[in-house]
Design a protein around this ligand. Sequence first.
Ligand code: CA
Length: 232
Amino acid sequence: MKSHKVVIVEDEADIREVIEYNLKREGYRTSTVADGEMALQLVRETLPDLVLLDLMLPGLDGLEICQRLKADAETRQVRIIMVTAKGEERDILMGLDLGADDYLTKPFSPKELLGRIRAVLRRGPLQQEQASTQPLVRGPMLIDREQHQVQLDRRPVDLTATEFRLLHVLATNPGRVFTRDQLLSRVIGENASVVDRNIDVHVRAVRKKLGEHRDLIHTVRGVGYCFRNAAE
Ligand code: CA
């Protein structure tokens, strides 16, 4: 099996070494870099599967790097997990809006680190929500994209068009955290009424209809929502 390539961007030497040690032990191919400008260059040259990106860096900061990688067709596909200090919620939101896949807050355990990496890499190439008309199966849920219908435990769930889009966007990328702004632009669009623009209201409505499976939509405190199947 081909091992995944990971670039570790971290200016604190001890943290960098711990991360690298744990990743190598799991069989990942790693390269490390401590400076923002060099990080950008290294990612462009090596096109890794994943970048572990510390946000507070000398030179370019992590958000800037994230933005540049996502703006460039060559590097857009590279997965990014942000590594943040406590209290950087605004940066986390901004990073997710820029296209980062996930984030880890320091301090984290090796187990948490490896779990997140596995989860992000398992998602494979970035999924386009409209890419396929094949039904989407997520645990007890089946989403029929052609018919715009959802079944739970083989029973139809009656959703509005907005609720369907919301559930579909979340379920297309399970485990991925979406900010409210991202959900707004994907699900509701720019021209909706003020009432419609309250994503929390739509989430609440969908959850109610999911009944005992309401936890499929997970609240990420201070950040947004993600689809999570406990059985996975
Ligand atoms: Ca740092």
